[in-house]
Design a protein around this ligand. Sequence first.
Ligand code: PLP
Length: 410
Amino acid sequence: MTQMKTLDVEAIRKDFPILARTVHGKPLVYLDNAASAQKPRCVIDAIRHVYEHEYSNVHRAAHELSAATTEKFEHARRAVQAFLNAREDREIIFTRGTTEAINLVAQAWGRANVSAGDEILITAMEHHSNIVPWQMLCQATGAKLVVAPMDDTGTLILDEYVKRLSPRTRLVACVQVSNALGTINPVAQMAQAAHKAGALILVDGAQAAPHQRIDVQALGVDFYAFSGHKAYGPTGIGALWGRAELLEAMPPWQGGGEMIKSVSFEQTTYNVIPHKFEAGTPNIADAIGLAAGLEYLAARGMDAIEAYEHELLEYATAKVREIPGLRIIGTSARKAGVISFVLEGIHAADAGMILDQQGIAVRVGQHCAEPVMDFFKVRATVRASFAFYNTRAEADVLAAGIRKVQELFS
Ligand code: PLP
């Protein structure tokens, strides 16, 4: 058995330059990681290095710079492959992020494989980006969107999920970790049930990939999407992983350069995967930055990161639970580092503003999950979301900050 690493959080904090700054004269307490995480210096340096020393377009030119950039870009693909434990690097398609990855599957796979009377099964806790692309597909094809319910802790009701699988189900699209609640879904179990029913399964890994070890082969899923900017990498880059045989059978999504083998006015033949799905010049420098970020995470150890964040979540949850008038929305037994809450008699936006004045960055609103807010009958929540650079001391600052909000509004 390999021994799990322990995290040197003080050293890690020094790797993230922005964490040293102050906000409104107070040390920054950054608890908006589920929206976008901060970047370690190695990511910033990798992007700067490309532009200063190696930058050129990829795949096309015969010159030295292009060869160097292409090698780095394809190395980035292999870094994503390693991060997800994908079987082959050609199974990794660079996208702008999770949203674009899901839209790619909804449009390219969906239009070829879904027709009237078919069903797409999602869960009640999806982010809008794992609802709307399927609604659009259903509108275009006459298929039906079916929703598996959750209970009042924000846990998926597995029996009800299984009941909703039928020979009509073509695809399950589910979130691995809910951004609004923190719930961790039993994705491997869900995949087994989906396959038994003859359906494929796509996993929205936007909130999971930065916080736990992902092994797409062990999960037994068919598609997996995540965003670089939530995984300590750059904005505007992310990836879709898909099983090679599925990607190969799918028609292309966008047309243009790079995705073709040959073009005439009469006929176009398409390139092999992954290029078939990467029309146009890709986001080269940010893919290289993403690789630096993923390699940084791997060096710290995803198991160690998960264990640390879990312990921090338990500590912070206990702290905020002591506060009278605070209700946590999302109390599932299996949760990742998200605490969503409402304060009696205080609007979430007001709470967010007072916390900000204390240097505490949280998110307020519906978190792109309006159906979740409707289910819990709240208009908005305050969401504190943790990363492996956050500390118990910061959880204490958050709890004290919330009490201050209450004092000001009492
Ligand atoms: N899915 C989940 C669970 C998310 O939390 C988010 C972003 O908040 C997304 C999808 C969309 O990610 P992006 O905006 O990076 O495409």
